[in-house]
Design a protein around this ligand. Structure first.
Ligand code: BG6
Length: 469
């Protein structure tokens, strides 16, 4: 029998949130609007003005995280709380809020892991062309500098951009990515914006290493290995195509400072290669992540395009119905179960994804998200029983241990989410938290918190450093 290696002693067991989904107080204390505050709210779901009201409950929330024994808490900073216009004036109240959150974490020995940008572009910068404006590189680097100056004495783990790949592939679904009206070549515009993000990320990594020599920084894309639907060679090519477009583009750029050749060739075919400003090539080469942060929910599966995939600039994902013409066609994996919200569940694919990253990049890895969205309900005893989530998490944690045994260096596990919050486009009813929040999409309830069964179970997991699953 295979003997499993233990989890490292200093493994970061924790969980994640993002500012615009958890904080609420969306325009309070000087915070400027982000794209999330001005977007059209998806029908039948709550807006983002209150969320879990973490802005006013952070002490209680972090105390509950400490009760579960968290070693880390991954949260994001709202750019517009710090710089309401995206550039210019600093909002001291915003600095104060994150100082409080960070200090509260440290009080309990919880390592703050900070995401600099999680789907919430300042609305004022969207109006100036968003990531499509070449100046966006400097906007982001300036914002990064303010963060390092303000919090770098206490924050040792930084994440640059959350799920840049999802932003690029399905941005409009999550209320981000502005395409200027009248844009002729939408694909080129998208990948130009993506290019600016890559350069901005690289410069932010360089600046972090200069300003904070003891800190570590990495990207946080959503990485999922893509399987071929069959062993037909054409399907393998399709899987390689989607792997390149979905995953490797982002990590090749972050780690090796260059574009993935399959992606570059595809963009070239579509006259959509991004324009490099002078110095961009060097800037990409200069950035080096200390680790790879990544979100994992499920693998993808594709087959060769039989000519039925329609041309669409947003063809990246199953959610978007289909694939990319001539490159790949989405395929439902018949071997996998699905969540109540139709997401495939693939714990073994987690291990496969980690192995693949390990052999491509040879860097330590930090799981920044993973988790199960479900319709949790309060039971007759007043508690929240979520055995399905325990099952989901257990099976994924087992696979991390398999991957560690395979030789991968894993820094931590921070599933989505520490506390119930608003999902990207399916509202409050799609819950992920270890902590239940008493509110519904259109009824703000009491906002009372309680730890779900999964949270008490997770406490045992943490206490035993992953032995007691
Ligand atoms: C990730 C995002 O894509 O998945 C989170 O980083 C998001 O912001 C999470 O909430 C779950 O997705 P969803 O669509 O169910 O909220």
């Amino acid at each position: 029998e295979r003997k499993l290696a233990p989890f490292p002693e200093d493994f970061f067991w924790g969980a994640s949130t993002s500012a615009y989904q958890v904080e609420g107080a969306s325009l309070e204390d000087g915070k400027g609007p982000s794209c999330q505050d001005v977007k059209e709210v998806p029908e039948g779901t709550s807006d983002l003005t209150v969320c879990a009201d973490h802005y006013h409950h952070y002490k209680e929330d972090i105390k509950l995280m400490a009760d579960m024994g968290f070693k880390s808490y991954r949260f994001s900073i709202a750019w517009t709380r710090i710089l309401p216009e995206g550039t210019g004036e600093i909002n001291q109240k915003g600095i104060e809020f994150y100082n409080n959150v960070i200090n509260e974490c440290l009080k309990y020995g919880i390592e703050p892991i900070v995401t600099m940008f999680h789907f919430d572009m300042p609305a004022a910068l969207d109006a100036r062309g968003s990531w499509g404006n070449p100046e966006s590189v400097e906007w982001f680097v300036n914002y990064a500098m303010v963060l390092y100056e303000s919090f770098g004495d206490r924050v040792k783990y930084w994440l640059t951009i959350n799920e840049q790949n999802m932003l690029t592939l399905v941005g409009p679904v999550i209320g981000t990515l502005t395409i200027p009206e009248g844009t002729e070549n939408v694909l080129k515009e998208i990948y130009q914006q993506n290019h600016h993000m890559l350069v901005a990320q690289s410069k932010a990594m360089v600046l972090c290493h200069e300003m904070l020599p003891n800190a570590k920084i990495g990207p946080a894309p959503n990485i999922s290995l893509v399987y071929p639907a069959t062993c037909k060679p054409e399907d393998v090519i399709a899987a390689q195509n989607f792997n390149a477009v979905r995953n490797w583009l982002y990590l090749d750029a972050a780690v090796y400072g260059r574009y993935n050749s399959i992606v570059w060739a595809w963009l070239k075919q579509n006259d959509a290669c991004p324009t490099f400003a002078p110095g961009d090539e060097e800037a990409l080469k200069n950035g080096h992540p200390d680790f790879i942060g990544f979100n994992y929910y499920n693998t993808g599966t594709v087959e060769a395009d039989d000519g039925s995939v329609e041309e669409s600039p947003f063809g990246g994902d199953q959610q978007n119905g289909g694939g990319v013409a001539g490159m790949y066609k989405s395929y439902r994996n018949p071997n996998l179960q699905q969540t109540e919200f139709g997401w495939e569940i693939d714990p073994v694919g987690f291990r496969a994804t980690i192995r693949e990253m390990d052999s491509r990049y040879d860097l330590p890895m930090l799981v920044t998200e993973n988790g199960l969205g479900a319709y949790d309900k309060v039971g007759e005893d007043g508690k929240v029983h979520d055995p399905y989530r325990i099952e989901y998490l257990r099976r994924h944690i087992e696979q991390i241990q398999e991957a560690i045994t395979d030789g991968a260096e894993m820094l931590g596990y921070n599933p989505w989410s520490a506390i119930d919050l608003i999902s990207t486009h399916e509202g409050m009813r799609k819950r992920y938290g270890f902590i239940y929040v008493d509110r519904e999409d259109f009824d703000l309830g009491t906002m009372e918190r309680q730890i779900k069964d999964s949270g008490w179970w997770y406490k045992k997991v943490i206490e035993s450093n992953g032995e007691d699953l």
